[in-house]
Design a protein around this ligand. Structure first.
Ligand code: ATR
Length: 280
């Protein structure tokens, strides 16, 4: 697939897009694998998304990632929506197939699970209930990934109850919507708690979640990665809980995209992690 006469092309479409760390990650892999190719930030206005995606095959792109605000809109443009994207309700990755048609998939859930397993190899999906805080796009990906792994019960806590109920309805399985007022009690007996809200991100308030009822053996995970350690993770670590930071969720989506685009699975190394951490 990687003929020497072919310059490998991929990128990320967003609006704005220059904050994205994806070019840093993917271009690190081009250099590591000594491949002629590049991964570019593509600033695409919402009204230009369809034309931009349709141009990918003609330009020789193997595919691209899509980020805010295009993740939902891309669903109506691609030729085939993979089950991962349909379930999550958003596309994160587009692959140009040999016949020029576009396949849209969502690698967020894969990235979350891969990162969780790498940082906490002892975690077992069937070991007990998981508490997920938040019911936006990130939450859908996390819940989808957890259910796919065989988690028996997800207690889904959200400030706006209707959104948690909508996720439970869409993904089925063992998701139970829990009222915001009951978030502390929801931690009883949990083996994992995941923050998928924007709380804790730089510029936002801290996540308001007292951890007193979280078992000492539970893992605390965040999908926020700026800062690398949110106040929620710092509080969990201070009381002895194992933690999983959010940057790895982004890093671990890359190898799956490369497999789809170039037939190669690059590695998420400590060197790459440090490179991206320095850029934050
Ligand atoms: P994303 O797609 O990145 O997950 P989103 O769809 O905007 O983003 O979802 C943000 C999540 O953070 C939601 O669960 C939101 O709760 P609501 O559904 O009630 O809006 C949650 N969130 C944002 N600010 C919050 C706050 N101050 N306290 C609690 N939850 C908050």
């Amino acid at each position: 697939m990687t003929a020497p006469d072919r310059f490998l092309l991929a990128g990320v479409m967003g609006w704005p897009v220059m904050h994205s760390r994806s070019p840093l990650i993917h271009n690190h892999w081009f250099a590591k694998h000594q491949l002629a190719g590049t991964y570019v930030p593509l600033a695409i206005r919402p009204d230009g998304l369809a034309a931009a995606l349709r141009a990918l095959p003609a330009l020789g792109f193997a595919g691209c990632n899509v980020t805010i605000p295009h993740k939902q809109a891309a669903m109506d443009i691609v030729d085939e929506v993979h089950e991962s994207a349909r379930a999550i309700g958003a596309i994160s990755c587009i692959t140009v197939r040999p016949d020029g048609t576009l396949l849209g998939s969502n690698n967020d859930a894969f990235g979350f699970i891969r990162n969780l397993r790498q940082q906490q190899p002892g975690w077992r999906a069937d070991s007990g209930p998981v508490v997920v805080i938040g019911a936006g796009g990130g939450s859908r990906a996390v819940c989808y990934g957890l259910l796919q792994q065989g988690v028996p019960e997800i207690r889904l806590v959200n400030r706006t109850p209707g959104r948690a109920e909508a996720v439970a309805l869409a993904l089925g399985g063992g998701i139970r919507a829990v009222a915001w007022a009951d978030r502390e009690a929801a931690l009883d007996g949990a083996v994992l708690v995941v923050n998928t809200t924007s709380q804790g991100m730089v510029g936002q308030g801290d996540l308001d979640l007292p951890l007193g009822r979280l078992p000492a053996t539970a893992i605390a995970a965040d999908i926020v990665y700026i800062p690398l350690e949110t106040s929620f993770l710092a509080a969990a670590r201070a009381r002895g809980n194992a933690t999983v930071s959010g940057l790895g969720m982004l890093l671990h989506q890359g190898p799956l995209a490369w497999k789809l685009w170039f037939g190669i699975e690059p590695e998420v190394t400590a060197e790459l992690q440090a490179l991206v951490e320095r850029s934050l």
